[in-house]
Design a protein around this ligand. Structure first.
Ligand code: FES
Length: 575
């Protein structure tokens, strides 16, 4: 006698012959065969395709391949458009809605007759929000990253999305590039479908989704136009059905071991600092204890092996050609937990055995790293008792041990107003401080920490300075930037008390960020009135809910009531 198939969650909607199952089946029929409701896994395709998320515009094409794979494996595909966030388009910052998107995904997956879900993301916040929402529901789920765009060239020179915008715009401000030439580079930069092609946040989170075990191995990093991505998408659809049949859930896959692997990989890839808040937030949804100290510990002594912008020269198309993620992971396999499971049910280590570096100019062998110790460093000290981070790979080595006097800006507006003033009392050794930009102070914690350098210093040839901020930095940006300072200024953190001229001492390892003043004198100061006056005070809507409930960057900037999960059960059912 064969064993009976395990009951499906969607049976609660479709099984039986009563009025309610009649309603559920009848309204979903629309051409679907009877067999669609006959014990077939119902797989949602949580799709962040949107014309206003240009990096994800092509996801409907990928969804069709996923859908074919689901049908082929005996499941039923169901397109589920979800909140999508276009990093370059939404204001004030896409991060303001990461948690809202995650909440909407969680609620819609739980509310519907769904047994498993394929998560289609790409642009910066989309994969984090999808993973956070899926983790809180804990139904079988896997990610298909939309992939990076192809390399564009301008006058024979490759252009990296984001990183070269920062670089070229600084050249314009320095007077070494005409604005006409700058504008002319636009259409060359964005050459194809896909997300930014540097090792920015989108590339980083796509790759880390795979390191966490949540993609079909070999998918992340495939360029968006590459037909092999569609083949992987088809196979991912098939795999989603298998995961439902075998009951393989995110809580079994995304464990402390997989976070360890993600942190190690982040260092070797030279990935985005934004990954820190996203990993902390995903861990929070799963109840995995992950802290900044874990990130510092696991990220310590990790060699940078990838020569990609913003830390290096090449772009994601080169990365894939050079061997991709598996080649990097194989080089650092002794630092990884190779037994960590993936969505296939097989351990990560199994997928690295045949990996090879095809171009050591792009992916360095372990013996010739770009930098010996490149993981995210966590700083603590007078200015950041709850922690701050720095990305040594994107910094100027001489500035990693630096002492300079503070030049303080109380808001982004204050910064824009004064940074290019010829009378600003600043020199190349100064430490630029920007505050009021944490999750509560400037809701969403915008990417402003790599504040622009004063024009008069740019014109003198200065290209990097120490900068300190409670906000975030674009994953495509570079510079000696101490960011995510916690507690943030708006929460009364010490950053709110710094004054112009205070001696600031950031050192990357061992990590400290101090103000060299008598402790009692500094502690007795009040937060700067100009910063307090500039803080956001929303009175309604999502922004108010966000400011009232958001936690600090050091725990992932999630809303306090969204941490953890509610599982897949619908608590009260009116049917
Ligand atoms: Fe979408 Fe960069 S703007 S990934």
């Amino acid at each position: 006698m064969g064993s009976m198939p395990a009951p499906l969650r969607s049976d609660a909607w479709y099984a039986g012959q009563d009025r309610n199952s009649y309603i559920h089946r009848a309204w979903m029929r629309r051409g679907a065969p009877d067999s669609a409701f006959d014990g077939k896994p119902q797989i949602a395709i949580a799709n962040t395709a949107s014309d206003l998320t240009p990096c994800n515009m092509h996801l409907n094409e990928i969804a069709r391949s996923v859908s074919d794979g689901i049908w082929a494996a005996g499941g039923v595909p169901l397109n589920l458009p979800v909140v999508s966030l276009g990093e370059t388009q939404v204001r004030p910052t896409a991060m303001l809605w990461r948690n809202m998107a995650a909440m909407a995904i969680e609620e819609m997956v739980r509310a519907n007759p769904i047994d498993g879900v394929v998560l289609l993301g790409g642009c910066d916040k989309t994969i984090p929000s999808l993973l956070m929402g899926a983790a809180s529901v804990d139904l079988p789920a896997l990610v298909v990253p939309g992939g990076p765009m192809l390399t564009g060239t301008f006058r024979g020179v490759p252009l990296g999305c984001g990183t070269d915008v920062w670089r070229l715009s600084e050249e314009v401000r320095a007077g070494t590039l005409s604005n006409r030439d700058f504008q002319a580079s636009q259409s060359a930069m964005i050459r194809s479908k896909g997300h930014c092609n540097t090792m920015g946040t989108a590339s980083t989170m796509g790759l880390l989704a795979e390191v966490l075990g949540t993609t079909l191995p070999g998918t992340a990093g495939l360029p968006a136009p590459d037909s092999r991505l569609l083949a992987q998408a088809h196979e991912s659809g098939r795999l989603a059905v298998e995961m439902v049949r075998e009951g393989r859930r995110p809580s079994q896959i995304i464990t402390k071991a997989s976070f360890h692997n993600a942190i190690v990989a982040l260092g070797a890839l030279g990935g985005s600092t934004n990954a820190v808040v996203h990993l902390l937030a995903i861990a929070g949804r799963l109840g995995v204890p992950l802290t900044l100290d874990d990130i510092d510990r696991a990220g310590h002594g990790i060699p940078l092996l990838v020569d990609l912008q913003p830390a290096g020269r090449h772009l994601m198309e080169d990365f894939h050609r050079a061997g991709g993620l598996a080649a990097v992971l194989r080089e650092i396999s002794d630092l990884l937990d190779l037994d960590a499971l993936t969505v296939t049910g097989r351990p990560l280590g199994e997928y690295l055995e045949d990996a090879t570096i095809h171009d050591p100019d792009v992916i360095r062998p372990r013996t010739l790293p770009m930098m010996a110790d490149a993981g995210i460093a966590v700083l603590r000290g007078d200015l950041a008792p709850d922690g701050a981070i720095i990305k040594p790979a994107a910094a100027t080595p001489e500035l990693l041990q630096h002492r300079g006097r503070a030049v303080v800006f109380d808001s982004v507006e204050d910064l824009h107003h004064r940074i290019d003033n010829p009378d600003l009392d600043v020199d190349a050794d100064s430490v630029l401080v920007l505050r009021g930009c944490g999750p509560k102070g400037y809701p969403g914690m915008p990417e402003v920490a790599n504040l622009p350098l004063p024009r008069k210093l740019l014109q003198q040839g200065v290209r990097d300075m120490v900068r300190v901020c409670d906000g975030r930095m674009s994953g495509t940006a570079y510079g000696t930037v101490v960011l995510h300072v916690a507690p943030e200024g708006a929460a009364g953190g010490p950053l709110s008390k710094v004054r112009d001229g205070d001696p600031i001492v950031p050192t990357s390892r061992p990590g400290g960020i101090d103000v060299d003043l008598p402790a009692a004198e500094f502690a007795a100061r009040e937060p700067a009135p100009a910063m307090v006056a500039a803080l956001a005070r929303p009175t309604r809507g999502w922004e108010k809910l966000y400011v009232d409930t958001v936690r600090g960057a050091e725990t992932g900037a999630d809303l306090d009531f969204l941490i953890g999960g509610s599982g897949d059960r619908v608590p009260r059912d009116s049917h």
